[in-house]
Design a protein around this ligand. Structure first.
Ligand code: ADP
Ligand code: GLC
Length: 480
């Protein structure tokens, strides 16, 4: 199948969160399964060099944002072809993919991401000129949602379209006037269209106009159809529930393998767990903690935002620290949470280590060196870190929501994790206490670690699910 993924980030080129791992991992898995996959992304500063890209095609100035070209390269470390939308006035900037160096949204984000979607639509119809056209366009999150909307309005023969919701909280909502700037007709700004509560919503455009919708876990697919989880779009999602599919994310088991991970201090695996201890020691040393072998070490790698329930951990930790326990945190985001974590580390310098920042290699070391890994999210569409943690032998303590519920089973039900229900510090503390009790039983702990490490989280299952959804989308497209 000829598949065009449209995404605003992909591991190897630029990553701010799980979307990048999923866009790259899914594309790679589909390519390995024999599909003809390409990934379309903006050419942010430095991406063309990383992808070793060359100019493929001039695209004119599609939305008036400046001269635009299509570059072609490869996703680093893979054989997945990448097409980069090269519009230097929009993408060649200091800062990240969405935010300037001061942490503010770029004011022209509507134009920046409309162009991404617009070019996806152009490639879909300019096939003969390029020698390749997709049978299905797979748009990820709001940043890609103009692709299915544009293809809908252009009409005629077109590929099937699929929009994946990685996080319904981020919808890309702007003032109504952007409708013309993003290249859609005024009629697209309507209740039956991209209008949402008096704003133009990129994501609603994707959800409304795509042939099929997917999200990244079965439980989240249910949650977003309820008023509490629907972020204002539950009505639309419910009305399209026969087009909505919850497909659990996989992880790239090649990139995330403690037997061959070059970021680790010592390689280990289910058959050789012994060297894992060296990773714990190295992690303790890195963070300046007491290098005690027997003290349980809790890890956290996360964006620091309301979604992730960091405040619950902050509320639970003082009492937990009355027992032997260490905590290491790697994350960045909300300045108030960053400061509260730094404070905690200052109060307990030998027991709590905090690194405010983004560090891919260190994240691997946290998964490999922690005993427990905590994910206390208020909501979690899928979540990848709990899967990385299990694969690296750190047992997860998670709130029972979204994809966390679909990937972590409590030890009391035969699983290898610890789950809690209520969004409060007591519930988290209770789960942590249960985990610490089990930790005290070394043999049982080792058995649970092995169980966790041997679980299969690859893309195999989901890749089959996507294939079915794509076939349905293609059939839908040809019947409209
Ligand atoms: P989300 O996409 O909501 O942030 P996920 O669990 O799906 O949550 O994905 C987060 C990804 O980002 C994981 O690969 C995680 O290891 C990584 N990550 C998050 N924060 C950091 C950080 N500070 N340093 C390195 N990697 C991080
Ligand atoms: C989003 C979600 C996260 C999910 C990731 C990849 O960032 O917050 O739960 O794992 O997308 O789908």
């Amino acid at each position: 199948m000829r598949i065009l993924h449209v995404a605003s980030e992909a591991t190897g080129l630029v990553k701010t969160g799980g979307l990048a791992d999923v866009a790259a991992g899914l594309a790679r898995a589909q390519r390995d399964a024999g599909d003809d996959v390409r990934l379309l992304m903006p050419a942010y500063r430095g991406c063309a060099e990383l992808a070793d890209a060359t100019v493929r095609h001039p695209l004119g100035d599609p939305l008036g944002g400046g001269p635009t070209r299509l570059l072609e390269g490869r996703l680093p470390g893979t054989d997945v072809p990448v097409w980069l939308v090269d519009a230097p006035t929009l993408y060649d900037r200091d800062g990240g993919p969405y935010l300037d160096p001061h942490g503010n949204d770029y004011p022209d984000n509507p134009l920046r991401f409309a162009l991404l979607g617009r070019v996806a639509a152009m490639l879909s119809t300019a096939g003969p000129a390029l020698g390749w056209a997709p049978e299905v366009v797979h748009a990820h999150d709001w940043q890609a949602s103009i692709a299915p909307a544009t293809l809908h309005w252009w009409g005629g023969v077109r590929p099937g379209t699929v929009t994946t919701v990685h996080n319904l909280k981020f919808q890309g909502r702007f003032s109504p006037e952007v409708v013309s700037q993003v290249g859609l007709p005024a009629a697209a700004y309507a209740l039956e269209g991209a209008e949402a509560y008096g704003t133009f919503s990129f994501l609603k455009a994707g959800l409304f106009y795509s042939d099929r919708i997917t999200t990244v876990s079965p439980t989240y697919a249910e949650e977003i159809q309820s008023e509490t989880g629907g972020e204002g779009l539950h009505g639309l999602l419910r009305s399209r529930s026969n087009r909505l599919h919850g497909l659990l994310n996989g992880i790239d088991e090649g990139a995330w393998d403690p037997r061959s991970d070059s970021d680790l201090h010592a390689a280990f695996g289910p058959r050789s767990l012994g060297p894992r201890a060296a990773n714990k020691r190295a992690l303790q040393r890195h963070f300046g903690l007491d290098e005690e072998r027997g003290v349980p070490l809790v890890g956290l790698v996360s964006r620091l935002s309301d979604q992730k329930g960091i405040d619950l951990l902050l509320a639970a930790i003082p009492q937990l620290l009355r027992s032997p326990l260490q905590l290491v945190v790697l994350g960045s985001g909300d300045p108030l949470l960053e400061e509260a974590l730094r404070d905690l580390a200052r109060q307990h310098p030998t027991r709590v280590g905090v690194n405010i920042g983004y560090d891919e290699a260190l994240s691997h070391q946290v998964f490999a060196g922690s005993d427990l890994f905590v994910v206390p999210s208020r909501f979690e569409p899928c979540g990848l870190t709990q899967m990385y943690a299990m694969r690296y032998g750190a047992l997860p303590v998670v709130r029972n929501t979204g994809g966390l519920a679909d990937t972590v089973t409590d030890v009391s039900a035969g699983g290898c994790g610890f789950t809690f229900e209520a969004v409060d510090a007591d519930a988290l503390r209770e789960a942590m206490h249960r985990a610490l009790e089990v930790y005290a039983d070394g043999d049982r702990w080792t058995r649970l670690q092995l169980q966790a490490m041997q679980r299969s989280f690859g893309w195999g299952n989901a890749a089959g699910g996507y294939r079915d959804v794509y076939s349905a989308a293609i059939a839908d497209a040809s019947s409209t």
